[in-house]
Design a protein. Structure first.
Length: 251
């Protein structure tokens, strides 16, 4: 697949470059450039990212970072069985548990929330850093909701991280999940409060909490141009037609 000339492969993380040192130099460069394309495209065009990931995987399947990238590309395209297999392979290679939450979420994607819940109780969770533990809590709450246990999902999300006023990268998603669960349980006033707290923490607009909050407040967004703009365009078209007719008559 084509790769822009400005993609050199040097853009990848230092740790990934270190892993690629086990490969011949030219092969390592090819793999690195494909991994860069995966990272560039995974949000805006996951299918293309997946295609580049498959190339990298074909070239260097024994590199853990490649297996991980292939896993995330498959996950982004909802190929959960394939993603889970790649994540498991990466975990075996590295011994790291950092992929545990996304592996559990793959189980949810495969329609197996009970397995996701079982993973939430495994010793691996205690080895995760704070961000990983919060992610695992979000997955577990999602699994509860998958099973129709909305109240249990709410309790799962209640934690010191949720109660804290400190803002971390995961704070907006945690507050949003809690607000959404409250709303699903019919606790609208509390949901509104937590959507508002999400907006306060979500400076980058990574969630649609502001829209959800406006919806709860009964605010309707109207096109700023509105019907008046359409009417003006129609009037302009009528005037133009009239001018054309007048010019034709004079001719």
């Amino acid at each position: 697949m084509p790769i822009p000339d400005d993609v050199t492969g040097d853009e990848i993380d230092k740790d990934v470059r270190q892993e690629l040192l086990s490969l011949p130099k030219t092969l390592a460069e090819d793999v690195a450039r494909n991994l860069v394309m995966v990272a560039r495209l995974i949000d805006e065009d996951p299918e293309q990212a997946y295609a580049y990931a498959r190339i990298a995987l074909r070239l260097a399947s024994r590199v853990a970072a490649v297996r991980e990238a292939a896993g995330f590309a498959a996950y982004a395209t909802q190929k959960y069985s394939e993603a889970l297999a790649e994540f498991r392979a990466a975990k075996r290679m590295t011994g790291s548990v950092e992929l545990w939450p996304v592996m559990a979420d793959c189980e949810r994607g495969l329609g197996r929330p009970e397995r996701a819940m079982a993973m939430a109780g495994e010793p691996e969770v205690q080895k995760l850093d704070k961000a990983g533990q919060v992610e695992m809590r979000l997955v577990a709450a999602g699994a509860r909701r998958d099973m129709g246990q909305i109240d249990a999902a709410i309790v799962t999300l209640q934690s010191s991280e949720l109660a804290s006023n400190a803002v971390h990268p995961w704070t907006p998603r945690l507050r949003y999940a809690y607000a959404d669960a409250l709303l699903a349980a019919g606790r609208e006033d509390e949901a509104r409060e937590w959507f508002a707290k999400t907006v306060e923490a979500d400076k980058d607009g990574s969630t649609d909490a502001s829209d959800r909050l406006a919806e709860l407040d009964g605010v309707e967004f109207v096109d700023a141009l509105g019907d008046d703009h359409d009417d003006a365009e129609e009037a302009a078209e009528v005037d133009a037609d009239a001018d054309d007719e007048g010019s034709a008559d004079k001719a």
